[in-house]
Design a protein around this ligand. Structure first.
Ligand SMILES: Nc1ncnc2c1ncn2[C@@H]1O[C@H](COP(=O)(O)OP(=O)(O)OP(=O)(O)O)[C@@H](O)[C@H]1O
Ligand SMILES: [Mg+2]
Length: 267
């Protein structure tokens, strides 16, 4: 029963706009999944339903076998942590420490435990030196890490990262990668929405593609990046390394430079 089971969910905004149309997905405990797809495909709307920030008008979502419709956002946030796409929608405390500590204090944890969890999450997200600063005095890239730290500190088992790679340089991307790996090591399940296809190829085995309110593919990274119909429908460019492998006539679905080198070295 563990995992998130989404069955035939649909969601329309108040103005009547249908943003997610009859979508189903099974996420198993411990998985590391990327969700990709063009702007406006419905990715953010879809994942916000996992922890009750949005409620589906149709369909059901079970988290570890329990229907989300029977639970409040506060109850769900203990199991499913969502890092907002835009840090400005999430941050409202005056210091980084208070921001990361907010939910823990709301849950009335002893201050020593709050501090321990804040320090752990801050360390993992590289914001230890910024704890006394106002989050809004930090650059966007670091502010995103503050929001990730807040969600990690809350200890949820399922963690959804909405565009953690946006606006990040190589150091930021490497940190994102190490955060995901550490979360998986800790037994968490991670769902990452991203537009960075190289990041996808380097870090994910399973890739879900959303286009125009629906999931149109759910497959391995190699299959997705070599499925020209899916790439065209979702306006995703094939990776340069895959294009090169194709031009070289290599008979393999290469998505990573190491695979290409390996293939060339073996002749
Ligand atoms: N509050 C809202 N009211 C009405 N329509 C909305 C609202 N929020 C989002 N939408 C619309 O719903 C659709 C899906 O938006 P959503 O943010 O889920 O897409 P997305 O796949 O996350 O896109 P992006 O990659 O740009 O973040 C878009 O057409 C968007 O304009
Ligand atoms: Mg989005």
């Amino acid at each position: 029963m563990e995992g998130i089971k989404i069955s035939n969910v649909s969601f329309s905004y108040e103005n009547g706009f249908l943003a997610v149309d009859d979508v189903s997905l099974q996420i198993d405990s411990g998985e590391n999944i990327a969700i990709v797809g063009q702007n406006g495909a419905g990715k953010t709307t879809f994942v916000k339903m996992f922890n009750g920030l949005l409620r589906p008008q149709q369909g059901t979502i079970l988290v570890d076998g329990e229907n989300t419709s029977d639970q409040t956002v506060a109850q769900l946030s203990k199991k499913v942590g969502y890092v907002f796409q835009n840090p400005g929608d999430q941050i409202f405390n005056r210091t980084v420490f208070d921001e990361i500590a907010y939910t823990l204090r709301y849950r009335k944890l002893p201050e020593s435990e709050v501090e321990e969890k804040v320090m752990d999450a801050a360390e993992l997200c590289g914001v230890t030196d910024d704890l006394k600063l106002n989050p809004y005095d930090l650059p966007f890239s670091l502010r995103k890490f503050v929001t990730i730290a807040s969600v990690i500190a809350m200890g949820a088992k399922y963690i959804i990262l909405d565009e953690p790679t946006a606006g990040q340089d190589l150091v930021g991307l490497e940190r994102q990668r190490s955060i995901i790996l550490e979360l998986l090591k800790r037994g968490k399940t991670v769902v990452t929405i991203t537009h960075d296809m190289e990041f996808v190829a380097e870090n994910f085995e399973r890739v879900v593609v959303m286009t125009d309110k629906k999931i149109i593919a759910d497959d391995t990274c190699s299959e997705i990046f070599w499925n020209f119909e899916i790439l065209e429908k979702s306006a995703i460019k094939q990776l340069p390394v895959s294009i090169l492998a194709g031009r070289l006539g290599l008979n393999k679905k290469i998505v990573h430079i190491d695979q290409l080198i390996d293939c060339l070295e073996r002749g």
